[in-house]
Ligand binder design. Structure first.
Ligand code: KIV
Length: 261
């Protein structure tokens, strides 16, 4: 049965939380088909695709148009999972109106929800407006990669009590504004546990320990396709090496005349 926002929103209340939510990213039709066939509950068109699929050092250069192209491709590959798309940097920060236009465009491209980074008052206001206009929103606090320059790198967040208190406050504010779930990225496991306990909407962890209601990883990391993986990623296959070897075999066979037979 296809996963809906409503089902994710009610995950904790209906006791479904006994089975954590599995989330994987996708950036094109092939990755989307793989993740959907694997039975992921949510497919996230994360702006990490800027680094994974487009070769940028950060997520910042990604444009709305880049994201729309990827979102449409992913839509064509997903049948059952709930499809959530990241709003790229500078598509929602400038005004509520820009946020509604960007998020609405993603829904027109086939997304069922959008994800915004951060939990300060500006973001919370955007979330409130989007939800009022019928656009479901997933929040994202902790290490928010669009703020990499402010953090001085992709560093773990929430290590001091002040930071931890701020992140908890942000998560509560996002819930209040109507977010249906929240990604907790690269924060201490105890903080993720406290946030998970404090909220009635599901938390989705990445590098945030085992106490969250769900877990997300970047699919290119899971499959061992990316050249580099973050320390918290678990690599389940080594497809990069297998692909190189298959391509090498092809080149060798062409040069030796073995292919075509
Ligand atoms: O962009 C992304 O892939 C993400 C996940 C890592 C949560 O935001």
């Amino acid at each position: 049965m296809a996963v809906s926002v409503d089902r994710i929103l009610r995950w904790k209340q209906t006791g479904q939380s006994a089975q954590p939510i599995a989330v994987l990213t996708a950036w094109d039709v092939m990755s989307a088909q793989i993740v959907d066939a694997a039975g992921a509950d949510i497919v996230l068109v994360g702006d990490s695709l800027a680094m994974v699929a487009l070769g940028y050092d950060t997520t910042l250069p990604l444009t709305l148009e880049d994201m729309l192209i990827c979102a449409r491709a992913v839509r064509r590959g997903v049948q059952n999972a709930l499809m959530v798309v990241d709003l790229p940097f500078l598509s929602y920060q400038t005004s509520v109106e820009d946020a509604i236009r960007a998020a609405g465009g993603m829904l027109k491209a086939g997304a069922q929800a959008v994800k915004l980074e951060g939990g300060h008052e500006g973001v919370v206001e955007r979330v409130r407006h989007l939800v009022q206009w019928g656009i479901p929103v997933m929040g994202h606090v902790g290490l928010t990669p669009q703020s990499v320059n402010q953090f001085g790198g992709f560093r773990k967040q929430g290590k001091t009590q002040t930071e931890a208190d701020r992140i908890l406050t942000e998560a509560k504010a996002l819930e209040q504004a109507g977010a249906f779930s929240i990604v907790l990225e690269h924060i201490p496991a105890e903080l993720a546990r406290d946030i998970t306990k404090a909220l009635s909407i599901p938390t989705i962890g990445i590098g945030a320990g085992s106490h969250c209601d769900g877990q997300v990883l970047v699919t290119a990391d899971v499959l061992g396709l990316s050249a580099w993986q973050p320390p918290f990623a678990k690599v389940y296959a080594n497809l990069r090496q297998q692909a190189i070897e298959a391509a090498q075999q092809f080149c060798g066979e062409v040069r030796s005349g073995q292919y075509p037979a």
